[in-house]
Design a protein around this ligand. Structure first.
Ligand code: HEC
Ligand code: HEC
Length: 208
């Protein structure tokens, strides 16, 4: 895992054009259990632009509803753990800013990177998503409307949303989650390309 992390980091640093990044990411995709994503090109036969946009979002839904994302975007105050999405043990809560209650911050246990010997995932700013960004229990159509709503999504326009999912390390973590956890479907680059294509086709949402 650490090798994949380092090679991903090296990829980002060395190759802005993205070739090395894609290679590094397909390396982390090769972990067991990872499902795949349809490439953007495979949607080009849908001639109606709105239908194509909806189909692209439905494909993104495979990632958005995956435990790697959902565990941090829960309906209630408490994160969930693992591929079976059980309530976080020990009991921790979102707290004022997503970093946990005073006295039991996420960083008390979650380090700057995955700690595989104890299966504790990590990142430099490990935190729970705000309640306005809760996805758990929602249909993909509802998640879509919510993602576009600047009152709920952290005041992001579509370009900022794409930037967030392609650069935020918490999002990227989902494709190198450490020992014992299934990575999110496809690769981070494929997911980013789907979202960009969705934005470019008018960011239509599935009917709810
Ligand atoms: C007392 C230690 C401790 C604290 C504090 C803590 N965690 Fe955890 N957390 C863990 C451990 C241990 C695991 C791994 C459990 C496992 O899956 O085996 C974990 C796993 C998780 C996972 C599961 C990831 C996945 O997809 O499987 C999430 C999400 C998570 N923690 C979020 C948080 C957040 C957010 C906070 C702060 C609000 C927090 N944790 C605070 C110990 C802690
Ligand atoms: C460790 C916890 C964690 C994980 C894992 C995580 N997120 Fe988040 N997410 C957050 C936090 C915290 C925020 C709020 C950050 C901000 O607004 O700057 C957030 C915000 C977002 C936003 C901003 C807009 C909105 O309405 O939600 C998007 C998009 C997003 N996450 C996508 C994802 C995707 C896609 C995945 C999985 C591939 C994912 N996240 C996994 C913690 C997490």
């Amino acid at each position: 895992m650490r090798t994949a992390l380092l090679s991903a980091a090296a990829g980002v640093g060395l190759c802005i054009a993205g070739t090395a990044l894609t290679l590094a990411q397909s390396a982390s995709q090769s972990q067991p259990g990872g499902a795949s994503l349809r490439p953007v090109g495979s949607f080009s036969n849908i001639t109606n632009q709105r239908d194509r946009s909806v189909a692209l979002f439905n494909e993104m839904g495979k990632v958005l509803t995956h435990p790697r994302c959902m565990n941090c975007h829960p309906a209630a105050d408490r994160p969930r753990q693992g591929d079976i999405r059980k309530l976080h043990e020990p009991l921790v809560v979102r707290g004022k800013d997503g970093h946990g209650a005073a006295g039991l911050h996420c960083s008390a246990c979650h380090g700057k990177q995955n700690f595989d010997p104890a299966r504790i995932p990590g990142d430099g700013h490990w935190a729970l998503a705000p309640a306005s960004m809760a996805w758990e229990g929602k249909a993909v159509a509802q998640i879509c409307e919510q993602l576009k709503d600047q009152n709920r999504n952290g005041s992001r326009d579509l370009a900022a949303l794409v930037r967030h999912v392609t650069t935020d390390t918490l999002v990227l973590w989902a494709w190198h989650p450490g020992r014992g956890r299934e990575p999110a479907p496809g690769t981070a680059a494929e997911f980013g390309a789907l979202m960009q294509a969705w934005a470019d086709t008018g960011a239509a949402c599935p009917a709810s």
